[in-house]
Design a protein around this ligand. Structure first.
Ligand code: PLP
Length: 400
Protein backbone atom coordinates (compact mmCIF):
# COMPACT_ATOMS: atom_id res chain seq x y z
CA UNK A 1 0.00 0.00 0.00
CA UNK A 2 1.24 3.50 -0.77
CA UNK A 3 0.26 6.19 1.72
CA UNK A 4 1.07 9.84 1.17
CA UNK A 5 1.35 11.73 4.45
CA UNK A 6 3.50 14.64 3.29
CA UNK A 7 0.80 17.07 2.24
CA UNK A 8 2.51 20.07 3.83
CA UNK A 9 5.31 19.55 1.27
CA UNK A 10 2.95 19.30 -1.67
CA UNK A 11 -0.41 17.78 -2.59
CA UNK A 12 -1.90 15.65 -5.33
CA UNK A 13 -3.58 17.77 -8.01
CA UNK A 14 -7.36 17.49 -7.70
CA UNK A 15 -8.55 15.74 -10.90
CA UNK A 16 -11.17 18.48 -11.41
CA UNK A 17 -8.34 21.04 -11.38
CA UNK A 18 -6.36 19.05 -13.91
CA UNK A 19 -9.43 18.73 -16.17
CA UNK A 20 -9.99 22.50 -16.14
CA UNK A 21 -6.36 23.21 -16.95
CA UNK A 22 -5.97 20.72 -19.78
CA UNK A 23 -7.56 22.74 -22.64
CA UNK A 24 -5.05 25.54 -22.03
CA UNK A 25 -2.11 23.52 -23.30
CA UNK A 26 -3.00 22.32 -26.80
CA UNK A 27 -6.30 24.03 -27.60
CA UNK A 28 -6.41 27.47 -26.03
CA UNK A 29 -2.72 28.25 -26.20
CA UNK A 30 -2.75 31.85 -27.41
CA UNK A 31 -0.82 34.60 -25.68
CA UNK A 32 -3.52 36.51 -23.76
CA UNK A 33 -1.94 39.82 -24.79
CA UNK A 34 -2.14 39.20 -28.54
CA UNK A 35 -4.85 40.77 -30.68
CA UNK A 36 -6.66 37.81 -32.21
CA UNK A 37 -9.12 35.08 -31.33
CA UNK A 38 -6.39 32.70 -30.12
CA UNK A 39 -5.71 35.26 -27.42
CA UNK A 40 -9.29 36.09 -26.58
CA UNK A 41 -10.05 32.36 -26.22
CA UNK A 42 -7.94 32.45 -23.06
CA UNK A 43 -9.62 35.47 -21.51
CA UNK A 44 -12.72 33.83 -19.98
CA UNK A 45 -10.53 31.21 -18.23
CA UNK A 46 -8.19 33.84 -16.82
CA UNK A 47 -11.08 36.00 -15.67
CA UNK A 48 -12.89 33.08 -14.01
CA UNK A 49 -9.66 31.81 -12.40
CA UNK A 50 -8.81 35.23 -10.95
CA UNK A 51 -12.39 35.70 -9.78
CA UNK A 52 -12.27 32.41 -7.86
CA UNK A 53 -9.00 33.40 -6.23
CA UNK A 54 -10.39 36.78 -5.14
CA UNK A 55 -13.52 35.11 -3.78
CA UNK A 56 -11.50 32.39 -2.04
CA UNK A 57 -9.62 34.86 0.16
CA UNK A 58 -12.43 37.45 0.13
CA UNK A 59 -10.19 40.09 -1.45
CA UNK A 60 -11.90 43.36 -2.41
CA UNK A 61 -11.71 44.17 -6.13
CA UNK A 62 -9.70 47.33 -5.48
CA UNK A 63 -6.88 45.24 -3.99
CA UNK A 64 -4.39 43.29 -6.11
CA UNK A 65 -3.72 39.59 -6.42
CA UNK A 66 -0.58 38.99 -8.44
CA UNK A 67 0.13 35.53 -9.78
CA UNK A 68 3.76 34.49 -9.25
CA UNK A 69 5.64 31.24 -9.83
CA UNK A 70 5.58 30.06 -6.19
CA UNK A 71 5.26 31.24 -2.62
CA UNK A 72 9.04 31.54 -2.41
CA UNK A 73 8.86 34.22 -5.10
CA UNK A 74 6.00 36.05 -3.37
CA UNK A 75 7.85 36.07 -0.05
CA UNK A 76 11.11 37.24 -1.63
CA UNK A 77 9.27 39.99 -3.45
CA UNK A 78 7.65 41.49 -0.35
CA UNK A 79 10.85 41.62 1.68
CA UNK A 80 13.07 42.86 -1.15
CA UNK A 81 10.59 45.48 -2.32
CA UNK A 82 10.32 46.81 1.23
CA UNK A 83 14.10 46.91 1.37
CA UNK A 84 14.40 48.89 -1.88
CA UNK A 85 11.65 51.31 -0.99
CA UNK A 86 12.20 51.93 2.70
CA UNK A 87 15.55 50.63 3.91
CA UNK A 88 17.85 51.50 1.01
CA UNK A 89 16.38 55.00 0.87
CA UNK A 90 17.01 55.47 4.60
CA UNK A 91 13.32 56.09 5.46
CA UNK A 92 13.32 53.09 7.82
CA UNK A 93 15.90 50.54 8.92
CA UNK A 94 14.16 47.55 10.50
CA UNK A 95 12.04 44.50 9.73
CA UNK A 96 10.75 41.66 11.92
CA UNK A 97 10.20 38.01 11.01
CA UNK A 98 9.50 35.03 13.23
CA UNK A 99 12.43 32.71 13.81
CA UNK A 100 10.48 29.78 12.35
CA UNK A 101 9.46 31.30 9.03
CA UNK A 102 9.92 29.23 5.90
CA UNK A 103 13.47 29.51 4.45
CA UNK A 104 12.07 31.75 1.69
CA UNK A 105 11.52 34.42 4.37
CA UNK A 106 14.37 33.63 6.77
CA UNK A 107 17.14 33.47 4.18
CA UNK A 108 15.81 36.58 2.46
CA UNK A 109 15.81 38.40 5.82
CA UNK A 110 19.41 37.26 6.43
CA UNK A 111 20.38 38.46 2.96
CA UNK A 112 18.88 41.89 3.71
CA UNK A 113 20.62 41.91 7.07
CA UNK A 114 23.88 41.53 5.14
CA UNK A 115 22.92 44.67 3.20
CA UNK A 116 22.51 46.66 6.40
CA UNK A 117 18.86 46.09 7.32
CA UNK A 118 18.20 45.53 11.02
CA UNK A 119 16.25 42.30 11.50
CA UNK A 120 14.47 41.09 14.63
CA UNK A 121 13.84 37.34 14.69
CA UNK A 122 10.72 36.93 16.81
CA UNK A 123 10.91 33.97 19.21
CA UNK A 124 8.35 31.20 19.62
CA UNK A 125 7.09 29.95 22.96
CA UNK A 126 7.18 26.41 24.38
CA UNK A 127 4.08 25.55 22.31
CA UNK A 128 5.81 26.57 19.10
CA UNK A 129 3.71 29.74 18.74
CA UNK A 130 5.20 33.13 17.99
CA UNK A 131 5.29 35.47 20.93
CA UNK A 132 3.01 38.48 20.32
CA UNK A 133 4.58 40.48 23.14
CA UNK A 134 7.92 40.41 21.32
CA UNK A 135 6.23 42.15 18.36
CA UNK A 136 5.02 44.92 20.71
CA UNK A 137 8.40 45.14 22.40
CA UNK A 138 10.42 45.49 19.22
CA UNK A 139 8.25 47.57 16.90
CA UNK A 140 9.47 51.15 16.40
CA UNK A 141 8.84 54.04 14.04
CA UNK A 142 11.80 52.72 12.03
CA UNK A 143 10.11 49.34 11.41
CA UNK A 144 9.16 48.92 7.77
CA UNK A 145 7.65 45.43 7.80
CA UNK A 146 6.52 42.60 10.06
CA UNK A 147 6.34 39.19 8.37
CA UNK A 148 4.83 36.33 10.35
CA UNK A 149 3.42 33.15 8.83
CA UNK A 150 -0.21 32.21 9.46
CA UNK A 151 0.41 28.51 10.06
CA UNK A 152 3.75 26.82 10.55
CA UNK A 153 4.64 24.20 7.95
CA UNK A 154 6.31 21.85 10.43
CA UNK A 155 4.06 21.82 13.50
CA UNK A 156 0.89 23.23 11.93
CA UNK A 157 0.87 25.82 14.76
CA UNK A 158 -1.53 28.66 13.97
CA UNK A 159 0.06 32.02 14.73
CA UNK A 160 -1.89 35.00 16.17
CA UNK A 161 -1.90 36.98 12.93
CA UNK A 162 -4.99 38.98 13.91
CA UNK A 163 -3.25 40.34 17.00
CA UNK A 164 0.00 40.98 15.16
CA UNK A 165 -1.89 42.68 12.33
CA UNK A 166 -3.58 44.94 14.88
CA UNK A 167 -0.26 45.94 16.45
CA UNK A 168 1.10 46.75 12.98
CA UNK A 169 -1.94 48.88 12.21
CA UNK A 170 -1.53 50.79 15.47
CA UNK A 171 2.03 51.65 14.44
CA UNK A 172 1.30 52.08 10.72
CA UNK A 173 3.75 49.30 9.85
CA UNK A 174 3.17 47.01 6.86
CA UNK A 175 2.16 43.45 7.77
CA UNK A 176 2.84 40.38 5.62
CA UNK A 177 1.69 36.85 6.33
CA UNK A 178 2.78 33.68 4.57
CA UNK A 179 -0.55 31.83 4.41
CA UNK A 180 0.76 28.87 2.41
CA UNK A 181 -0.19 26.37 5.10
CA UNK A 182 -3.46 28.09 6.01
CA UNK A 183 -5.38 28.02 2.72
CA UNK A 184 -7.78 25.07 2.63
CA UNK A 185 -7.12 24.23 6.29
CA UNK A 186 -8.52 27.19 8.20
CA UNK A 187 -10.72 30.11 7.04
CA UNK A 188 -8.68 32.79 5.27
CA UNK A 189 -10.41 36.15 4.83
CA UNK A 190 -8.19 39.15 4.15
CA UNK A 191 -10.98 41.51 5.23
CA UNK A 192 -11.42 39.93 8.64
CA UNK A 193 -8.20 41.40 10.09
CA UNK A 194 -5.45 43.84 9.22
CA UNK A 195 -3.14 42.35 6.59
CA UNK A 196 -1.29 44.14 3.80
CA UNK A 197 0.38 41.25 1.96
CA UNK A 198 -0.59 37.59 1.94
CA UNK A 199 1.31 34.78 0.22
CA UNK A 200 -0.10 31.48 -1.00
CA UNK A 201 0.80 28.68 -3.37
CA UNK A 202 -1.48 26.43 -5.47
CA UNK A 203 0.42 23.18 -5.01
CA UNK A 204 -0.28 23.18 -1.26
CA UNK A 205 -4.04 22.99 -1.85
CA UNK A 206 -4.36 20.45 -4.66
CA UNK A 207 -3.48 22.86 -7.44
CA UNK A 208 -0.51 22.77 -9.83
CA UNK A 209 3.13 23.37 -8.90
CA UNK A 210 4.73 26.53 -10.23
CA UNK A 211 1.83 28.87 -9.40
CA UNK A 212 1.95 31.14 -6.38
CA UNK A 213 0.27 34.42 -5.56
CA UNK A 214 0.63 37.57 -3.55
CA UNK A 215 -2.33 39.55 -2.27
CA UNK A 216 -1.54 43.27 -1.96
CA UNK A 217 -3.84 45.67 -0.17
CA UNK A 218 -4.63 48.97 -1.88
CA UNK A 219 -2.44 51.70 -0.44
CA UNK A 220 0.43 49.28 0.28
CA UNK A 221 1.66 48.91 -3.30
CA UNK A 222 5.02 47.24 -3.86
CA UNK A 223 7.69 47.97 -6.45
CA UNK A 224 7.39 45.87 -9.63
CA UNK A 225 8.97 42.47 -9.26
CA UNK A 226 9.72 41.97 -12.95
CA UNK A 227 9.96 44.89 -15.35
CA UNK A 228 8.85 44.23 -18.92
CA UNK A 229 5.57 44.08 -20.79
CA UNK A 230 3.52 45.26 -17.79
CA UNK A 231 1.41 42.15 -17.32
CA UNK A 232 -0.23 41.59 -13.92
CA UNK A 233 -0.93 45.28 -13.52
CA UNK A 234 2.73 46.08 -14.15
CA UNK A 235 3.80 44.26 -11.01
CA UNK A 236 5.12 41.13 -12.66
CA UNK A 237 5.78 41.22 -16.35
CA UNK A 238 5.93 38.05 -18.38
CA UNK A 239 3.39 36.11 -20.43
CA UNK A 240 0.66 34.91 -18.12
CA UNK A 241 0.64 31.30 -16.93
CA UNK A 242 -2.88 30.78 -18.23
CA UNK A 243 -3.28 27.11 -17.29
CA UNK A 244 -1.76 27.89 -13.90
CA UNK A 245 -4.23 30.69 -13.20
CA UNK A 246 -7.14 28.48 -14.27
CA UNK A 247 -5.78 25.67 -12.08
CA UNK A 248 -5.19 27.84 -9.03
CA UNK A 249 -8.67 29.29 -9.36
CA UNK A 250 -10.31 25.88 -9.48
CA UNK A 251 -8.11 24.59 -6.66
CA UNK A 252 -9.06 27.58 -4.51
CA UNK A 253 -12.75 27.06 -5.17
CA UNK A 254 -12.48 23.35 -4.32
CA UNK A 255 -10.42 24.08 -1.20
CA UNK A 256 -13.03 26.51 0.10
CA UNK A 257 -15.78 23.98 -0.61
CA UNK A 258 -13.84 21.26 1.23
CA UNK A 259 -12.84 23.47 4.17
CA UNK A 260 -15.57 22.24 6.48
CA UNK A 261 -14.65 18.63 5.71
CA UNK A 262 -10.98 19.40 6.39
CA UNK A 263 -11.81 21.08 9.70
CA UNK A 264 -14.08 18.27 10.94
CA UNK A 265 -13.50 14.89 9.25
CA UNK A 266 -9.78 15.30 8.58
CA UNK A 267 -9.23 16.74 12.04
CA UNK A 268 -10.95 13.68 13.49
CA UNK A 269 -8.78 11.31 11.44
CA UNK A 270 -5.67 13.25 12.48
CA UNK A 271 -6.65 13.24 16.15
CA UNK A 272 -7.30 9.52 16.34
CA UNK A 273 -4.06 8.76 14.45
CA UNK A 274 -2.22 11.01 16.88
CA UNK A 275 -3.89 9.34 19.88
CA UNK A 276 -2.56 6.01 18.65
CA UNK A 277 0.93 7.36 17.97
CA UNK A 278 1.08 8.85 21.47
CA UNK A 279 0.36 5.43 22.96
CA UNK A 280 3.87 4.50 21.86
CA UNK A 281 6.20 5.04 24.79
CA UNK A 282 8.45 8.10 24.83
CA UNK A 283 6.72 10.18 22.19
CA UNK A 284 6.34 13.95 22.25
CA UNK A 285 4.37 16.62 20.40
CA UNK A 286 5.01 20.34 20.61
CA UNK A 287 1.86 22.31 19.78
CA UNK A 288 -1.52 21.47 21.36
CA UNK A 289 -4.00 20.14 18.80
CA UNK A 290 -6.52 22.92 19.12
CA UNK A 291 -3.78 25.42 18.22
CA UNK A 292 -2.85 23.59 15.02
CA UNK A 293 -4.12 23.24 11.47
CA UNK A 294 -6.36 20.16 11.30
CA UNK A 295 -4.02 18.05 9.16
CA UNK A 296 -0.60 18.20 10.83
CA UNK A 297 1.29 16.21 13.48
CA UNK A 298 4.94 16.80 14.37
CA UNK A 299 5.96 14.04 16.75
CA UNK A 300 9.25 12.93 18.26
CA UNK A 301 10.08 9.30 18.96
CA UNK A 302 12.84 9.35 21.54
CA UNK A 303 15.90 7.39 20.51
CA UNK A 304 15.02 7.26 16.81
CA UNK A 305 16.73 9.48 14.25
CA UNK A 306 14.06 11.06 12.05
CA UNK A 307 15.88 9.97 8.90
CA UNK A 308 15.98 6.35 10.06
CA UNK A 309 12.23 6.41 10.68
CA UNK A 310 11.64 7.94 7.24
CA UNK A 311 13.72 5.16 5.68
CA UNK A 312 11.65 2.44 7.32
CA UNK A 313 8.39 4.18 6.45
CA UNK A 314 9.48 4.71 2.87
CA UNK A 315 10.21 1.00 2.53
CA UNK A 316 6.64 0.39 3.70
CA UNK A 317 5.34 2.73 0.98
CA UNK A 318 4.68 5.68 3.29
CA UNK A 319 5.76 9.23 2.53
CA UNK A 320 6.31 11.46 5.58
CA UNK A 321 8.89 14.12 6.43
CA UNK A 322 11.34 15.23 9.09
CA UNK A 323 10.30 18.85 8.68
CA UNK A 324 10.72 21.29 5.84
CA UNK A 325 11.23 19.41 2.55
CA UNK A 326 13.55 22.14 1.38
CA UNK A 327 15.94 21.47 4.26
CA UNK A 328 15.87 17.70 4.04
CA UNK A 329 19.21 17.44 2.26
CA UNK A 330 21.23 19.03 5.02
CA UNK A 331 20.39 16.78 7.97
CA UNK A 332 19.94 19.69 10.34
CA UNK A 333 17.76 19.34 13.40
CA UNK A 334 14.14 20.29 12.84
CA UNK A 335 14.07 24.09 13.07
CA UNK A 336 11.03 24.28 15.36
CA UNK A 337 12.51 21.75 17.75
CA UNK A 338 15.67 23.84 17.73
CA UNK A 339 13.76 27.06 18.33
CA UNK A 340 11.87 25.79 21.37
CA UNK A 341 15.16 24.56 22.78
CA UNK A 342 14.35 20.84 22.67
CA UNK A 343 17.10 18.61 23.94
CA UNK A 344 19.57 17.53 21.26
CA UNK A 345 18.42 13.92 21.42
CA UNK A 346 14.86 14.99 20.61
CA UNK A 347 15.60 17.69 18.04
CA UNK A 348 16.67 15.05 15.52
CA UNK A 349 13.77 12.69 16.17
CA UNK A 350 10.85 14.72 14.86
CA UNK A 351 8.63 13.27 12.14
CA UNK A 352 5.89 15.19 10.40
CA UNK A 353 2.73 13.51 9.21
CA UNK A 354 0.50 15.79 7.16
CA UNK A 355 -2.89 14.62 5.90
CA UNK A 356 -5.13 15.92 3.13
CA UNK A 357 -8.78 15.63 2.21
CA UNK A 358 -7.79 12.50 0.27
CA UNK A 359 -6.40 10.70 3.34
CA UNK A 360 -8.46 7.70 4.54
CA UNK A 361 -8.85 5.77 7.78
CA UNK A 362 -7.53 2.66 6.07
CA UNK A 363 -4.35 4.47 5.07
CA UNK A 364 -3.79 5.71 8.60
CA UNK A 365 -4.38 2.25 10.06
CA UNK A 366 -1.71 0.92 7.72
CA UNK A 367 0.66 3.81 8.53
CA UNK A 368 0.19 3.25 12.26
CA UNK A 369 1.22 -0.40 11.97
CA UNK A 370 4.28 0.61 9.96
CA UNK A 371 5.28 3.23 12.56
CA UNK A 372 4.84 0.74 15.40
CA UNK A 373 7.02 -1.81 13.58
CA UNK A 374 9.67 0.83 12.81
CA UNK A 375 9.79 1.95 16.45
CA UNK A 376 10.37 -1.60 17.65
CA UNK A 377 13.03 -2.27 15.02
CA UNK A 378 14.89 1.02 15.39
CA UNK A 379 14.83 1.18 19.17
CA UNK A 380 15.97 -2.44 19.20
CA UNK A 381 19.15 -1.55 17.33
CA UNK A 382 19.71 1.81 19.05
CA UNK A 383 22.80 1.90 21.24
CA UNK A 384 21.60 4.98 23.11
CA UNK A 385 17.84 4.53 23.57
CA UNK A 386 17.90 2.30 26.66
CA UNK A 387 20.29 4.70 28.40
CA UNK A 388 18.54 7.96 27.53
CA UNK A 389 17.37 9.58 30.75
CA UNK A 390 13.60 9.89 30.82
CA UNK A 391 11.53 12.59 32.45
CA UNK A 392 10.35 16.08 31.74
CA UNK A 393 11.66 17.73 28.61
CA UNK A 394 11.53 21.50 28.33
CA UNK A 395 8.69 22.68 26.13
CA UNK A 396 7.30 19.28 25.23
CA UNK A 397 4.27 17.40 26.41
CA UNK A 398 5.42 13.95 27.45
CA UNK A 399 3.44 10.79 26.89
CA UNK A 400 4.03 7.27 28.12
N1 PLP B 1 5.98 29.03 2.89
C1 PLP B 1 5.60 27.95 3.58
C2 PLP B 1 5.03 28.11 4.94
C3 PLP B 1 5.76 26.68 3.01
O1 PLP B 1 5.37 25.60 3.70
C4 PLP B 1 6.31 26.57 1.73
C5 PLP B 1 6.54 25.24 1.10
O2 PLP B 1 7.09 24.34 1.73
C6 PLP B 1 6.68 27.74 1.05
C7 PLP B 1 6.50 28.95 1.66
C8 PLP B 1 7.27 27.70 -0.33
O3 PLP B 1 6.28 27.39 -1.26
P1 PLP B 1 6.63 27.24 -2.80
O4 PLP B 1 7.00 25.81 -3.01
O5 PLP B 1 5.37 27.58 -3.53
O6 PLP B 1 7.74 28.17 -3.10
Amino acid sequence: MNVYLDNNATTIVDPQVFAEMEPYFVQKYGNPNSLHAFASDTHPGIKAGMEKIYVGINAPREDSVVITSCATESNNWVLKSIYFEFILTGKKNHIMVSEVEHPSVITTAKFLEGLGCKVTYLPINHEGIVDVQSVRDNITDKTALVSVMWANNETGAIFPVEEIGAICKEHDVAFHTDAVQAIGKIPVDVQSFNVDYLTFSAHKFHGPKGVGALYIKKGRELLPLLHGGAQMGGYRSGTLNVAGIVGMGKAMEAAVEALEYEMTAIRKLRDSFEDELLKIEDTFVVTPREKRTPNTILISFRGIEGEAMLWDLNRAGIGASTGSACASEDLEANSVMDAIGAAEDLAHTAIRFSLSRYTTQEELDYALRAVQAAVIRLRGISSSYAYTPKGHVSGLAEHH
